[in-house]
Design a protein around this ligand. Structure first.
Ligand code: IPM
Ligand code: MN
Length: 352
C-alpha cells in the first residue's frame, strides 16, 4: 500500500493533478497495486486565507509518504518569492531532495521548434542539483533603499552536496545505458571557485566510471548546443541555477510546458514529482491546459517507487494520445479539453 501525498497547489495545478489521479487509478487497477492518497492544500489560496505557508507538522507527515505528487505553486496575488521559498523550496530543502531530474525527450508526433530535429536527436536528461547554490538564499541587503545600497546573494556549494549530485549523475548515466556520456555544465571561466569545485569533483568521481565518457561545456555554450546539436547530449549535470534555466530551454525543444515533467529526488527519502510549467493563472479553470506533463510526472513517480511496468504503460498511452488525438501540445489548441486528454490516456491504459 503506497502512501501518496497530493498537493494540487495553485492555478492549473488542481486541474492537471485530477487527470493524473484518474490515470493512477486506472493503472493501479490494471497492475494490481494499492495506494492511499492524502491531500494537502498548501499553496497561494491557503496562504492568502490563513497566512500559513507550510506548517512543520505538514513536513513531518510528508516525510512518512512514499512519494509526493505536486501540481504547481504560485499565485498572482502573492509577491514573488514568498510561496516559492516558503513552500516549494522549503519542501525540496527539508526533505533533502537533492536531485532535480528533468528528462528532455521529444515524442514522435510532437512539434519541435528546431529545424531538422526529431525524436532521434532529442532524448537526454538534465540532473540539476536541488538543495544548494544560489537557491539557498545566503546574502542580504546593506543600507537598503538608499543610494549606497548593497545587495549580496551568494552561491553555496559544499563538497558533500556537489559530490552526491555528481555521483548520482554518473550512476544514472550508467543505468540509463544509452550514449553513456555525462556532460558537466558550468561556468569555470568565470565562477572560478564554485565551479572549480564542481570540475574537480567531477574529474575525481569520473575515475570510478571508466565506461562513462565525460565532457564539459560552459552554460552559455550548452544553450547554444541544445538548440544546434541536441543529439550530442545524453545526461547533463549542473548546479541549481543553471539547471533551472537550461531545463526551461529543454522543455521548449521537447514540445513545451505541456509535456515537461520533473522529479525532486531524495534517493533515501521522500521524493516529489511535478509538471514543471508552473501555475499558469491565465489558463486556470478553463479546462484547456495540457495535462500530459502532470501525467508524465506521475509516470516518473511510479517508476521511482518501483512500479516499472505501470510507468511503461503510462508512457505508451501518452505517446498514443499524442500521435492519434492531439492537434497540438499547447493549451487551448489540443483539439480536446484537459479532462478529455486525461480520459483518452485512461482509455488507452485500459486497452493495453
Ligand atoms: C522550477 C521553478 C522553481 C525553481 C521556482 C518556482 C522557484 O522555476 O521548478 O524550475 O526555480 O526551481
Ligand atoms: Mn524553473
Amino acid at each position: 500500500m503506497y502512501k501518496i501525498a497530493v498537493i494540487p497547489g495553485d492555478g492549473t495545478g488542481p486541474e492537471v493533478i485530477a487527470q493524473g489521479l484518474k490515470v493512477l487509478e486506472a493503472v493501479a487497477e490494471k497492475e494490481k497495486f494499492t495506494y492511499r492518497i492524502t491531500y494537502y492544500d498548501f499553496g497561494g489560496e491557503r496562504y492568502l486565507k490563513t497566512g500559513e505557508l507550510l506548517p512543520d507538522s505538514g513536513i513531518d507527515e510528508l516525510r512518512k509518504m512514499h512519494a509526493i505528487y505536486l501540481g504547481a505553486i504560485g499565485h498572482p496575488d502573492v509577491k514573488p518569492g514568498i510561496l516559492e521559498k516558503g513552500i516549494l523550496l522549503r519542501l525540496r530543502f527539508e526533505l533533502d531532495q537533492y536531485i532535480n531530474l528533468r528528462p528532455v525527450k521529444l515524442y514522435p508526433g510532437v512539434d519541435c521548434p528546431l529545424k531538422n530535429k526529431g525524436p532521434e536527436e532529442i532524448d537526454f536528461v538534465v540532473i540539476r542539483e536541488n538543495t544548494e547554490g544560489l537557491y539557498l538564499g545566503a546574502g542580504g541587503f546593506l543600507k537598503k533603499g538608499t543610494p549606497d545600497e548593497v545587495a549580496i546573494q551568494e552561491s553555496i556549494n559544499t563538497r558533500k552536496g556537489v559530490e552526491r549530485c555528481i555521483r548520482y549523475a554518473f550512476d544514472f548515466c550508467q543505468k540509463r545505458g544509452k550514449k553513456k556520456k555525462l556532460t558537466l555544465c558550468g561556468k569555470t571561466n568565470v565562477l572560478t571557485y564554485a565551479h572549480d569545485l564542481w570540475q574537480r569533483v567531477f574529474d575525481e568521481v569520473s575515475k570510478e566510471y571508466p565506461d562513462i565518457k565525460t565532457d564539459y561545456a560552459n552554460v552559455d555554450a550548452i544553450c547554444m548546443w541544445m538548440v544546434k546539436n541536441p543529439e550530442w547530449f545524453d545526461v547533463i549535470v549542473t548546479d541549481n541555477m543553471f539547471g533551472d534555466i537550461i531545463t526551461d530551454l529543454g522543455a521548449m525543444i521537447q514540445g513545451g510546458m505541456g509535456i515537461a515533467a520533473g522529479g525532486n529526488i531524495n534517493p533515501r527519502g521522500t521524493s516529489m514529482f511535478e509538471p514543471i510549467g508552473g501555475s499558469t493563472p491565465k489558463y486556470t479553470k478553463k479546462n484547456i491546459i495540457n495535462p500530459l506533463a502532470a501525467i508524465s510526472a506521475l509516470q516518473m513517480m511510479l517508476e521511482h517507487i518501483g512500479e516499472l511496468s505501470s510507468a511503461r504503460i503510462i508512457e505508451q498511452a501518452i505517446m498514443k494520445v499524442i500521435v492519434d488525438d492531439l492537434e497540438s501540445m499547447s493549451a487551448g489548441e489540443m483539439g480536446h479539453t484537459t479532462s478529455e486528454v486525461g480520459d483518452l490516456v485512461v482509455k488507452y491504459i485500459k486497452e493495453t
